[in-house]
Design a protein around this ligand. Structure first.
Ligand SMILES: CC(C)(COP(=O)(O)OP(=O)(O)OC[C@H]1O[C@@H](n2cnc3c(N)ncnc32)[C@H](O)[C@@H]1OP(=O)(O)O)[C@@H](O)C(=O)NCCC(=O)NCCS
Length: 131
């Protein structure tokens, strides 16, 4: 898929959906990349902890690509899915789409990333995902 082109949102429910606000901007007035990374990590953790049936921590950001900028007022949708599971780890693929403010007729894929989470026990030690 060419991320430059407007697309349709995936049919399934997003893992998270939220607006980009003026408090999330960088010095140029566009949305700060660290804010987007934070939302991606949260969305990934939701799916990973659901799969692990408990607590997870992020161990690695394997890849992260900002295809297009996000602007104030855009409605952000994060779609996270399990890419693979190991013994204690779960790798999650996250795609982020922006519906542009105010018309919301144009939807752009702005970011995609893969992150790895580790299922941990009460002592923060790795535990098998399928326990
Ligand atoms: C995550 C953590 C518990 C792992 O502990 P550890 O003793 O290093 O565990 P291991 O070496 O046995 O690795 C655990 C799993 O993570 C995987 N892993 C470790 N480092 C990795 C990396 N850089 N990339 C991908 N996977 C990695 C291992 O392959 C293993 O997966 P598997 O069991 O499915 O084969 C520990 O490193 C930690 O607490 N890190 C800090 C986490 C954190 O604070 N995150 C930010 C806030 S959530």
């Amino acid at each position: 898929m060419n991320p430059e082109q407007p697309v349709k949102l995936p049919d399934e429910q997003p893992t998270m959906r939220l607006p980009a606000r003026p408090t999330d901007t960088n010095a140029s007035g566009d949305i700060f990349g660290g804010w987007i990374m934070s939302q991606v990590d949260l969305a990934g953790a939701i799916v990973a902890s659901r799969r692990a049936k408990g607590r997870v921590v992020t161990v690695a950001v394997n890849s992260f690509q900002f295809h297009k900028p996000v602007y104030v007022g855009d409605l952000i949708s994060c779609y996270a899915s399990v890419q693979k599971t190991g013994n204690t780890s779960i790798t999650i693929f996250v795609e982020v789409y922006a519906e542009r403010f105010p018309e919301r007729t144009e939807c752009i894929k702005v970011t995609e990333a893969t992150l790895t989470y580790v299922a941990v026990d009460d002592n923060r030690k790795p535990r098998p995902v399928n326990q």
